[in-house]
Design a protein. Sequence first.
Length: 251
Amino acid sequence: MLEIKNLSKTYNKGTDMEKQILNDFSLKIEEKTTLAIIGTNGCGKSTLMNLIGGNILADAGSISLDGKDLSNIKERKRSKYIARVYQDPSMGVCPSLTILENMALADNKNGVYNLSPLIKRDRINYYKDLLRPLDLNLENIMDRKVKELSGGQRQSLSLVMAAMKNPKVLLLDEHTAALDPKTSKLVMEKTKDLIREKSTTTIMITHKLADALNYADRVVMLKDGHIYLDKKTKDLNLDDLENLYKEKEIQ
Ligand SMILES: Nc1ncnc2c1ncn2[C@@H]1O[C@H](COP(=O)(O)OP(=O)(O)O)[C@@H](O)[C@H]1O
Ligand SMILES: [Mg+2]
């Protein structure tokens, strides 16, 4: 269980740019749940995710995973438990390195950034086995630089690399937003397969309400840093969700 308790975050504190994003925010996410977070631009979705991932620290409150307090664990250490895929297809991968080199880096638990001795030949078949189910031919172009791949190929590779760490929690921040509808669906399907296979607790920020309903077990809608709606997807339908979303925007 991921437990967020009484979290507060204000940017630029003490300046005239001061902006409170979260105030006394609490949320519990059961193990193996896929939670979709929706809400209009600027409502604090990414801030919440950055706090969970440890990219930024909270002013107050705590985040714990299976009872272990993560609040003071730095991002790099936290990434052992919490993996992430970003919106930007060039984040989370090294674009100037090859697919093989990227996977070797993801595989290298010690975090030593010295590549050549790092690629263990006997791991290559394992990497290929991980890529094959994507059906994107990536396993046959392991020496291709990641910057030469399409957005969909890169996001799928990012997903596989995130899953390689066997994280307890997977964070997806609009990871299909930069993709065309067809590729977006494909990447969402791969995401679903990976989450199912590993039963990973997942938090997915999305603007696509249909994706929230189709792929998540629970939907939380944020409004100005507060929970405006928190429901199981089985108790929601797309019309209701779209109406709520519109209602919220004009308020
Ligand atoms: N590092 C930062 N410094 C100052 N303001 C920020 C920073 N990051 C985000 N913000 C502001 O905080 C608000 C919430 O941002 P964010 O959490 O990214 O929203 P969302 O992901 O829901 O669109 C926005 O108004 C944004 O401009
Ligand atoms: Mg965001």
